[in-house]
Design a protein around this ligand. Sequence first.
Ligand SMILES: NC(=O)c1ccc[n+]([C@@H]2O[C@H](COP(=O)([O-])OP(=O)(O)OC[C@H]3O[C@@H](n4cnc5c(N)ncnc54)[C@H](O)[C@@H]3O)[C@@H](O)[C@H]2O)c1
Length: 258
Amino acid sequence: MARFEGKVALIAGGARGIGEQTAVDFVHDGGRVVIGDVNDELGRKLAQRLGDAAVYAPLDVGDPESCARFVATGIERFGQVDALVNSAIRIRSGALLDLSLDDWNETLRIGLTGTFLATQAFGRALARQGRPGSVVNISSIGGRFPYSGSGAYSSVKGAIIRLTEQFALEWAHLGIRVNAVAPAHVETPLLVYLQDPEIKRTRNAVTPLGRVGQPADISAAILYLLGDDAAWVTATTIDIDGGLGKSIMNHLAGRKWD
Ligand SMILES: NC(=O)c1ccc[n+]([C@@H]2O[C@H](COP(=O)([O-])OP(=O)(O)OC[C@H]3O[C@@H](n4cnc5c(N)ncnc54)[C@H](O)[C@@H]3O)[C@@H](O)[C@H]2O)c1
């Protein structure tokens, strides 16, 4: 039997990038998905591509009513919801000295508050129905280490780790597991600069496993956390980064024991 036969996943920010890949892989593994996004055009196209196993729901994760409708779409269309992936992001980058309150708030609204609201709406529906479930949030290597010039992004991604842990502890008795992944550089439309061959080459070179990540590298970890193989895993953030986060000593000159 396919791993996600009979299961329904909500993918917030599912129209492109890591969310898109997760939706495709979840369906490929027997499940059905609700793709939620602000990008109606891409979201609808993806749902069409996936056929009867997918539906698109317009979603603004920063709006609680929109999050509630997103969850309701899954229940109306497929009769249940079992999993949630929080992949939505919009980065308003900038050095903190000059960052406007507007830019700070917008990255927070979508990245952090959006993760809170979508997860809350999902948990409320499950608690009402007395069903178990699984949530995967997306932090970042930028949540493990400060990412200079990224505006509120590093703060948001650091906070997602703690938010994940708190939800996990508060909901363990409901049978709802909450985990996160922390990817490093992954080739998605978000990282347009990876399309520059020189930037990609140098980023490949500094990554211990020799290459930047692909959306499928992250989706594989997300599906592991969503599925029954992770039945005893909660409140955890897994680094999926080709070893980059632990590699600082590789980059220092003057090692004497080679
Ligand atoms: N690409 C990377 O290298 C990388 C690295 C670490 C972490 N991440 C994280 O992975 C997640 C996905 O990143 P990605 O690279 O796939 O980005 P992406 O920009 O390709 O996809 C993000 C999606 O979120 C949607 N979105 C934006 N605002 C929204 C809103 N208000 N409501 C609903 N959807 C909204 C966008 O339309 C888009 O489809 C993000 O949380 C990102 O921070 C990415």
